[in-house]
Write a protein that binds this ligand. Structure first.
Ligand code: HAM
Length: 417
């Protein structure tokens, strides 16, 4: 039997890569528009980084990480997200200057051992952006705006932005206590999973999809009632500025997100078109993360979006990105000497940055023309014995079918040299 990709992973095949590249290009363009610069970090990190950064009680750290001990007895983990890695890189490389704002973006594969289904994979890709150094609501708004522009830039429209606030540390603790007081007496009514989460991470029960939990959570205290004045004012500013920018959103009081590092603003972009895996991207403010993994206090806000889900939504909305898959020139050669000459012409045209394909199977004229067609070649250069003898080639415009002779010495000029 032919070996297969591991469960939850996929090949991205040559017919699909042009679209991936076009999507990546949109990510790059939008990042640049906002002044974000790219950062690339290792695919694996010391396990401790994620345990401390994302939180021991989260699903990601508790159940989903690909962790292994290497030959040097170190525990390493394939990155399940990138925010903790970015924070580590910023601290390690001293990227944060006092009083400055640091704007970073990233793109790459991540690994979570989840149950695979449509839109959920064990190796998937994210584009993300992180804004460090500002504790003001306008930075939350910048990140949300960037994410919104990315989705719109991809031509998407069937999505919704949900936002919420977890408030500052004091509000978070007050709410956690109130929620625990409400849930503990009802623990028998919760799903098994939520019962195990109850003491460690009660907030997560709020966004459980299990109908049993939903019934219990309906009457749970809402976050809003436990926010202090500072937290309320912060969130009000975020909403006010989103309104001013005409970015549509709904406040969703049960949105808490699955990672422990958030405080104040959290947000998610969701769609009704992708079934259960409806989150296109999400993020929020994480002012405590840097202290979790280092000694410094640095404010941060960011988001990340799953590339596979963006592609699925693009497909279901029927939107297309311009992709560059053209072959400029196909060189048809009909005998041995023509092949040598064809090779020289191909080399000359490639030096002019044209994409050129030659026949490598010594096929018939007909078969070569067929391949040229299949590749969508714009022009075909035909070289046979009689053309060569006359010091020329035939150029065929594949769109119009028109043929013309061209002296060998003038080919480069015909292609704009
Ligand atoms: P997250 O919500 O865990 O946040 O992931 C962000 C997005 O990645 C999701 O909304 C979804 O589109 C995609 N995603 C997550 N898991 C999978 C999967 N198994 N298969 C396919 N796509 C998936 C974070 O990762 C945070 N680091 C975001 C952030 C950045 N917060 C602040 N800065």
């Amino acid at each position: 039997m032919i070996l297969q990709t591991p469960k939850g992973t996929k090949d991205i095949l040559p017919d699909q890569t042009a679209l991936w590249q076009a999507l990546e290009e949109t990510c790059r363009t939008v990042s640049k528009r906002y002044g974000y610069r790219e950062i690339r970090t290792p695919i694996f990190e010391y396990t401790d980084l994620f345990a401390r950064g994302i939180g021991e009680a989260t699903d990601i750290v508790g159940k989903e990480m690909y962790t292994f001990v290497d030959k040097g007895d170190k525990s390493l983990t394939l990155r399940p997200e990138l925010t903790a890695s970015i924070a580590r890189a910023v601290l390690q490389n001293n990227l944060m200057e006092q009083g400055a704002t640091l704007r970073l973006w990233y793109y790459g594969p991540l690994f979570r051992r989840e149950r695979p289904q449509k839109g959920r994979y064990r190796q998937f890709h994210q584009y993300g952006a992180e804004l460090l150094g500002s504790a003001y609501p306008e930075s939350d708004v910048e990140v949300i705006q960037l994410a919104y522009d990315l989705l719109r830039g991809l031509g998407l429209s069937q999505f919704e932005l949900k936002i919420n606030t977890l408030g500052n540390e004091a509000s978070r603790l007050a709410y956690r206590t109130a929620l625990l007081d409400y849930l503990r007496p009802r623990s028998a009514e919760l799903s098994e999973e939520s019962r195990t989460r109850l003491e460690k991470n009660p907030l997560r029960i709020l966004d459980s999809k299990d109908p049993q939990d939903r019934d219990v959570v309906v009457d749970a205290p809402v976050y809003g009632g436990y926010l202090d004045e500072e937290s309320k004012a912060y969130f009000a500013k975020v909403c006010e500025q989103l309104d001013a920018l005409a970015i549509p959103y709904t406040v969703s009081e049960h949105l808490v997100r699955g990672l422990d590092y958030y405080s104040h603003t959290v947000f998610e972009f969701t769609t009704g078109l992708l079934g259960a895996q409806d989150a296109l991207g999400g993020g929020g403010r994480y002012d405590g993360l840097f202290e979790q993994i280092g000694e410094k206090k640095i404010s941060g806000v960011g988001f990340a979006s799953g590339i596979e889900r963006l592609l699925l939504l693009m497909e279901s909305e029927g939107v297309q990105l311009a992709t560059d898959t053209t072959t400029d020139v196909y060189v048809v050669t009909l005998d041995d000497e023509s092949r040598t000459l064809g090779g020289q012409i191909a080399r000359e045209l490639r030096a002019l940055n044209r994409s050129v394909v030659t026949d490598l199977q010594r096929r018939s004229f007909k078969a070569q023309m067929k391949e040229a067609n299949k590749l969508g070649a714009v022009t075909v250069v035909i070289i046979g014995e009689s053309e060569r003898a006359a010091g020329k080639v035939i150029l065929k415009d594949m769109a119009t079918g028109e043929q013309s002779d061209c002296p060998i010495g003038e080919i480069a000029a015909r292609f704009g040299a």
